[in-house]
Structures are given as C-alpha cells and as structure tokens.
Design a protein around this ligand. Structure first.
Ligand code: SF4
Ligand code: SF4
Length: 166
C-alpha cells in the first residue's frame, strides 16, 4: 500500500468534506499525545466524542500533519483510527466487522480485486489481536459506533467479522 499512499499524498490526514472526518480520540490517546507533544490544544468535542482538531483558519488538514513532508509527527502515538485506516471496525447486526473505507484510493481497488480483499482480510485478522490488547472494550465500542450518522456520505466495504468479543 506504500505506493498508493505516496501517490495519494495522505488524503486521510486532509479532511476535505466528503472524504474523511477528524479522528476520534480516547482519553488514553489524548494523554499519550499530550505527553509526547506537551500540547493541550489538539482536540475538541463532537457529538459526545473527543476528536482531533484541524489546523484552523481555512486549513482543514489534521492539526499535526507536517505540510511539507506530509508525514505524521506523532506517528508512534497516533490514534487508533489513524493506525487502522483504511480498515475500520464497525457494528453490523450486533457484531463487530472489519470494513474498508472506500474514500481511500488503495481500498477502492479492493472492490474489484479479490486478491487485494484477501490481503486486507489478513491484515484485519492480525489487527484484531493488536486492537484487543491495546484498547478497553468501551473504547472499541465507541470507535465502532463513531460517525455512524455519516455512513451515507462515506461508503464502506465489508471485509470480515472481527474476533473481538465485547
Ligand atoms: S487515503 Fe489511503 S492511499 Fe491515501 S495515504 Fe491514506 S491510506 Fe494511503
Ligand atoms: S494524527 Fe497523524 S496520521 Fe492521524 S490524521 Fe493527524 S497527521 Fe494523519
């Protein structure tokens, strides 16, 4: 996926309307970023969730995005949503499922290519263990139901069931 990311130039860190949303943050993630950066001005609340701010003054890019290198300066403490993207955990029929956000150019290819879908499925299965170890069940639930109200704007492709049990 590295090739696609280089070509796309990090659209997932640039929140143009209809492309992506500010990343959700858990309290633990806020603490980790505070510790790393010494900043306390990077988050706000949206519909009961903590979310990352953009740069403001007409600049919709993530507050942390390095504009010249297009790299993430908080990479080791980036939120779960950033770490998983374009994979995402969603609630579907009372179960957690792994889905792909089709706004990502790399993920879009999976619609027509079964081989790419299998690669993402392998990735999702590995990430199950990472997510279950790193996040408490409440955070996973919050993450899985985050931005459901915008699901008509952002299309997802279901990949596989998650093994995480809430
Ligand atoms: S939107 Fe997709 S292809 Fe573009 S940088 Fe993000 S993960 Fe990579
Ligand atoms: S925290 Fe990092 S990876 Fe996440 S949107 Fe901001 S710059 Fe991108």
């Amino acid at each position: 996926m590295a090739g696609e990311c280089a070509a796309c130039g990090g659209k997932c860190c640039r929140w143009a309307k209809g492309f992506w949303n500010p990343s959700m943050l858990t309290k633990k993630e806020i603490e980790a970023i505070r510790k790393l950066t010494g900043r306390d001005d990077f988050y706000t609340r949206d519909q009961g969730h903590f979310v990352m701010k953009n740069k403001g003054r007409g600049n919709i890019n993530c507050i942390f995005l390095d504009e010249s290198s297009r790299m993430c300066p908080i990479y080791e403490s980036r939120p779960l949503e950033c770490e998983l993207f374009p994979l995402d955990i969603k609630m579907d029929g009372g179960k957690l499922v792994w889905s792909l956000c089709l706004k990502c150019p790399a993920a879009e290819k999976a619609v027509k290519d079964a081989g790419i879908r299998e690669d993402f499925e392998r990735m999702a299965k590995e990430l199950d263990a990472v997510v279950a170890k790193k996040y408490p069940k409440e955070s996973i639930m919050e993450f899985a139901t985050f931005f459901d109200h915008e699901s008509e704007e952002i299309k997802y492709l279901k990949i596989c069931e998650s093994k995480i049990r809430l």
